[in-house]
Every structure is written in C-alpha cells, then in structure tokens.
Design a protein around this ligand. Structure first.
Ligand code: GUN
Length: 300
C-alpha cells in the first residue's frame, strides 16, 4: 500500500475512555466516603490569565466535581513574586486536607519554574514533574507519572493495542510529554517494550524517521505539521497537540488544533486519536487517577 491509498481506521476515543475511568474513580470515592474515609482533594494553582491555562485548569476542577473529589483553585495575578508562590506551595505541602496539587505552567518569566516544581512535596506532586518522580519513572519504580503520557498509555492499554517490539517514534522532547513518554514506551511492560526514537527540532531526516514508526506520537505543539508523507501505512498515530489557533467562524474565535493533519493522515492509519476528544480528556482522567493514588497513600 502506498501513501495515497486509504484503509479503514479506528478512532481512539479518549472522551469515552476517560468517562469510563472517571466512573471507576467516582465509584471508588463513594466506597471511601461510605467507609468514613476522607474525600480526596486536589488543589490547582493558577498564575495570571493565559487563555489556554484558564481552560485547562477549569477542566481539571470540573473533573474533580464529576468524580466526587474536593477541589480548590488558588489564583494569583502574574505579578506575584517567586517567594509568595513558594510560600503557597509550602502551605499546600503542609495542608493535610490537600492530597495532591498542581501548579499550572507556564509561569511568568520572572519566576523560576524549576525551583517551584522542586518545592512541591513528591508525595503530593500529582503532575509527576518533581525530579524524584521523574527519576523513579526512569528506573521503573512506582511514583507519579505526568498525566499526558500516562493518558496515552491508558488509551493504548484500554484498546488492547499490542506494542511489544514495535518502533515507537516520539516527536517532541519536552519534560512534560516527550521525555516521560519515551521512558514509558521503552519500559518492560504492556503497553511498552517498544524500540523508541525521540525526534525534535534539530533532528535530521525527521520525515523519514517518522515514516518508519509503527506507533507515532506527535507532541511538538506545531499545529497540523504531521502530514501523510510522514506515515507508514497501518501505523498507530497519537496526537498530543493542543494548540488554540484563530478561527473566525467560531464564537470563541479559536479552534483546538492537533499536531496531525487529521483528514489526510487518518485514512493511512490503523488507529488514530482525534483532537479534540483524544489525548486531552485522558490527561484529565489520569490526573484524577494520580490524585486518588495520592489520597490512598496518605491514608497509610
Ligand atoms: N501545562 C500544560 N500541561 C500541563 C500539565 O499537565 N500540568 C501543569 N501543571 N501545567 C501544564
């Protein structure tokens, strides 16, 4: 089959799977509360008024309500000092009612993001950004795994997609997605056991490498940059891109756009995630999974 032929493909429905996960969590929360245990609680810290961050944090708070978690949203203007933000992190670390919390990134330029991340207690770091959790992931120890790559793994798991021995190509080397994704896909596990290649903005022959992928995970944040020439027929394509691009035909004036040119790529694939409705809702569901895990660990 060449790159102009089409086949039928299966949509990896992240919306549906995330709802199943949230129902499972909700049932677990109900059991916990009936047993007289504390209701899990997630706090989110949001600095400034970035449109994308506002939307993501609002979805996280809404998901807490859906699964029966307590939640708090702590907002600061973007002129907050690093010391004030670190003091907030310290308070949340010590607050026994809060099981896990996230500090939405990016932060304003005058704040050292890494310093803030490293101030979060690893046992409450449900984003899995702290070097302790990243290090544990890198050697296959239990810990919190960043919600987006975890969401991709859950999606592959729940669709029973075999991955052993496959060539997985990851486009993007971010700390939030590309790097942890590569560690998960190389891990001795199902999903996992892949031969992994990580490509980035300085990669030579990126198109050629992408075309050799059995599983292609696009996480560069460059809208519609993955074209049909980059796809091996029958490949599994996971689109992690979530860029808001201007769209005058929408009431909001923007449209959520993935990294994959869906219309021309989908017919070549065996499985593909849509945007929206693919990885995005899985990220939120996995943040809820991590928070439940943190709450259970705090009971011990
Ligand atoms: N910004 C983009 N994605 C994320 C995420 O998963 N967590 C946090 N805290 N900030 C983000």
């Amino acid at each position: 089959m060449d790159n102009n032929q089409s086949t039928t493909y299966t949509l990896l429905d992240g919306k549906k799977v995330s709802q199943e996960i949230k129902q499972e969590i909700s049932a677990e929360v109900q059991r916990m509360v009936e047993a007289g245990l504390k209701r899990p609680h997630l706090a989110a810290v949001l600095v400034g008024h970035d449109g994308g961050s506002e939307t993501y944090v609002a979805s996280k708070v809404k998901a807490c309500e859906e699964v029966g978690f307590g939640s708090s949203l702590i907002r600061f203007e973007d002129d907050i000092t690093e010391e004030e933000l670190l003091a907030c992190v310290d308070r949340l670390n010590k607050d026994t009612d809060v099981d896990g919390f996230i500090v939405q990134v990016p932060l304003p330029k005058h704040i050292n993001e890494q310093r803030v991340i490293e101030a979060i207690s690893p046992s409450k770091d449900v984003d899995g950004f702290h070097p302790i959790n990243v290090g544990r992931l890198s050697i296959g120890l239990p810990g919190f795994v960043s919600a987006t790559p975890k969401g991709v793994i859950e999606l592959l798991r729940r669709y029973n997609i075999p991955t052993k021995g496959k060539h997985c190509v990851i486009l993007g080397r971010s700390n939030i997605v590309g790097k942890p994704m590569s560690m998960l896909m190389v891990e001795k596990a199902q999903p996992g056991d892949c031969t992994v290649t990580v490509c980035h903005s300085r990669t030579a022959n990126l198109e050629e490498i992408a075309r050799s992928a059995d599983i292609l995970i696009a996480a560069m944040g460059r809208p519609e940059s993955v074209t049909k020439e980059m796809i091996k027929p029958g490949a599994i394509v996971i689109d992690v891109g979530t860029t808001l691009v201007p769209d005058a035909s929408r009431k909001s004036g923007v449209r959520l756009t993935g990294d994959v040119k869906f219309d021309e790529v989908a017919p070549l694939t065996s499985f593909i995630t849509p945007v929206p409705g693919g990885v995005g809702p899985m990220t939120i569901a996995c943040l809820m999974m991590n928070t439940l895990e943190a709450a259970k660990a705090a009971l011990k």
